[in-house]
Design a protein around this ligand. Structure first.
Ligand code: TA6
Length: 304
């Protein structure tokens, strides 16, 4: 659907408006008394959420590409059906992009509804020629954002195939923080993790507060805990409460790594951390034919 068609089907005067950028990407702009938000149809990618009275909660890079087929750097990229590099058998002649294809293809808007000062938008993506060529023939995704004082992202995977569906998934959320040196993450004490920056060595988080004193790319397994980001520079805490998720990924690149990442200024690393609600590596999921799985994250800003 074009932005014009989306506006006539789903638009709400003063609250929800769709617009097309020069690149051809279409985005939804949302403004309610509780919050404002922006969602691109490509990847059903939420790039901005700000509860009223707060600075933005998500980081999106000023250097990010906003172009068809390119991943946006920031917000909540959705990772499906593989996390990181593709690890299974690959079909000849196909390109297996980092973190899967769902974040770089256009999704459809399925429904919009309001409830008090909260608005809900549901997006969908089904198997198509492109996914079939990669070996993913019969799945359905439904992704709902509940946008209000709290942000709830709900990601549903349905297996419509006669075969089991194996996949990884993540809401690869980039949080905006004032200063990485003043930021800690609580909630992962005692959890086992794979250290991606150290050849995926298996380690255990000893400290109750994770500090960012070196390159951090940790894949915590078998954890369902709520994480609290202490964003001391902004005088706030951000709670990430999750369900249907056994993996939490925490990522903040070193200056050297950040300098080589596309769509990012080296100095940006001071102003974001990713705390990702996921099922990856040893927590990858297998859905029986006809089965369904829901992953969700509730993000709330709390006072110090
Ligand atoms: O989730 C952490 C991670 O897998 C890192 O290893 C890092 O590469 C990051 O995701 C970003 O990936 P991207 O493909 O978006 O550059």
């Amino acid at each position: 659907m074009t932005a014009q068609e989306l506006n006539s089907t789903f638009g709400i005067a003063g609250v929800l408006h769709f617009e097309e950028e020069l690149s051809g990407l279409v985005r939804a702009q949302i403004t309610t008394s509780a919050a404002e938000a922006t969602i691109y149809l490509q990847g059903a990618h939420l790039t901005h959420w700000r509860p009223t009275g707060q600075p933005p909660v998500l980081f999106t890079s000023t250097q990010s590409p906003f172009e068809p087929g390119k991943s946006i750097r920031g917000g909540i990229p959705v990772v499906f059906p593989w996390f990181g590099r593709h690890s299974g058998p690959e079909l000849p002649g196909q390109q297996y992009d980092m973190h899967g294809f769902a974040r770089i293809v256009p999704w459809a808007v399925r429904s919009v509804s309001t409830n008090g000062d909260e608005i809900q938008l549901t997006f969908s993506l089904s198997a198509n020629d492109q996914s079939r060529a990669l070996g993913y023939a019969a799945f359905r995704l439904e992704y709902t954002f509940h946008i209000g004082h709290t942000l709830r992202a709900q990601f549903d995977v349905y297996n419509d195939a006669a075969e089991p569906l194996q996949f990884e998934e993540a809401l690869h959320t980039y949080f905006s923080i004032e200063d990485i040196d003043k930021t800690t993450v609580e909630g992962l004490a005692g959890a086992k993790y794979l250290d991606s920056g150290d050849h995926f060595a298996v380690k255990v988080q000893e400290e109750s507060l994770l500090r960012f004193v070196r390159h951090t790319d940790h894949i915590y397994l078998d954890t369902t805990a709520t994480c609290i980001i202490h964003d001391a520079g902004n005088n706030r805490r951000i709670s990430v409460e999750k369900s249907g998720s056994q993996t939490t990924v925490v990522w903040n690149p070193s200056r050297e790594v950040a300098a080589n990442l596309p769509g990012l200024l080296p100095a940006d690393r001071r102003h974001f951390i990713c705390v990702e609600t996921a099922n990856a590596h040893g927590n990858r999921l297998t859905l029986a034919p006809g089965a369904h799985h829901r992953l969700s994250a509730n993000i709330t800003v709390l006072p110090v």
